[in-house]
Write a protein that binds this ligand. Structure first.
Ligand code: ATP
Ligand code: MN
Ligand code: MN
Length: 306
């Protein structure tokens, strides 16, 4: 008779210097991913992930009991958060200051997993200049019933539109239903400008092709169209971080992809943790920071008003 070795549920594992409790707890059931597996994933992906995530205020989506249990977004680090999850005090419009979490290293990512984090959401600005966004995000949200082919076509069309304005972008499968386009920005303008600019680009798409695009969030009005979600470009708004695991069935990853490989994907949740680690940023051409300068604004104005 063989006796199975029992793994005590409170077993701790040291990962990236962090003591991870209940490492054997199942967070995802298919594929099976334990809390320890998640911690090891974020440790392994950290060199790639931190390139975009380090030093940004974070919102954490925590599922301490895994996919079957409760989930909640956490904007402000709580008491008992490990030191590797650092805090920056940020004042809101009324002047009230609140602490926000940020990380700088693998131990920070793994510490967040220790606190039950599955998803990392990032601000569009870094903590040294919170009033100057360094990325503009377009989050393509298809109406239910639209195929991924429609989303891919929307992504390349938006890429081309931006290119006509003089802006290069990179793409990311969201791990959910859509694709995000990211335009790296020089930190020369504030949130209001980036918000207005991105809203105008979304409006331009709707003006040009109202049967395909809508610039308004309303789900009722979406009807077979893709919402070009520009609302990620507000102070305090977040978007899913590149290489974050998504708390969705199958544990998909928000995965950056090269423009020339986009056509090969059949859904936004196609890349899992193993492939994400193999891929990293390989083959993905991230443009350098670009300016929303008067030339770009003039081109946009011309495209909208003729
Ligand atoms: P999908 O491709 O399925 O749309 P997504 O990550 O783009 O996946 P959205 O619902 O479009 O999901 O949300 C875009 C971003 O807005 C999220 O990644 C998240 O950062 C932010 N967000 C959405 N809902 C919330 C929420 N309830 N609390 C905090 N942030 C949120
Ligand atoms: Mn989306
Ligand atoms: Mn959205």
């Amino acid at each position: 008779v063989r006796v199975e070795a029992e793994v005590p549920m409170d077993e701790r594992e040291n990962i990236a210097g962090v003591s991870v409790s209940s490492a054997a707890r199942e967070i995802f059931e298919s594929p099976v991913l334990t809390k320890g597996d998640l911690a090891r994933y974020y440790d392994a992906i950290s060199p790639a992930m931190l390139q975009e995530v380090a030093d940004r205020p974070l919102s954490l989506l925590r599922l301490p009991e895994g996919m079957a249990g409760e989930r909640f977004f956490q904007k402000h680090p709580g008491k008992g958060f490990p030191d590797a999850i650092r805090t920056v005090e940020i004042a809101d419009k009324s002047g009230t200051t609140e602490p926000y979490a940020y990380v700088t290293n693998a131990a920070g990512l793994v510490s967040a997993v220790q606190m039950g984090t599955v998803e990392f959401h990032i601000w569009g600005a870094r903590r040294d200049r919170l009033d100057r966004p360094d990325r503009m995000v377009f989050d393509l949200d298809p109406d239910e019933g639209l195929g991924f082919g429609d989303v891919k076509a929307a992504a390349t069309d938006l890429r081309d539109r931006l290119r006509e304005l003089g802006l290069e972008s990179w793409a990311m499968l969201s791990g959910g239903k859509g694709i995000h386009l990211v335009v790296p920005l020089r930190r020369t303008v504030g949130w209001d400008t980036v918000k207005l600019f991105s809203r105008s680009v979304a409006t331009l798409l709707e003006q040009t092709e109202p049967a395909r695009f809508i610039a308004e969030m309303s789900k009722a009005k979406r009807k077979g169209r893709i919402f070009v979600d520009w609302l990620r470009n507000e102070r305090g708004a977040t978007a899913i971080a590149p290489f974050s695991v998504r708390a969705r069935p199958g544990a998909p990853v928000a995965a950056p992809v090269a423009w020339d490989e986009l056509s090969s994907f059949s859904k936004a949740s196609e890349i899992g943790t193993r492939r994400a680690i193999e891929r990293g940023w390989d083959g993905i051409d991230r443009p350098g920071p670009q300016s929303l300068n008067s030339l770009v604004v003039e081109r946009l104005d011309k495209a909208m008003n003729g």
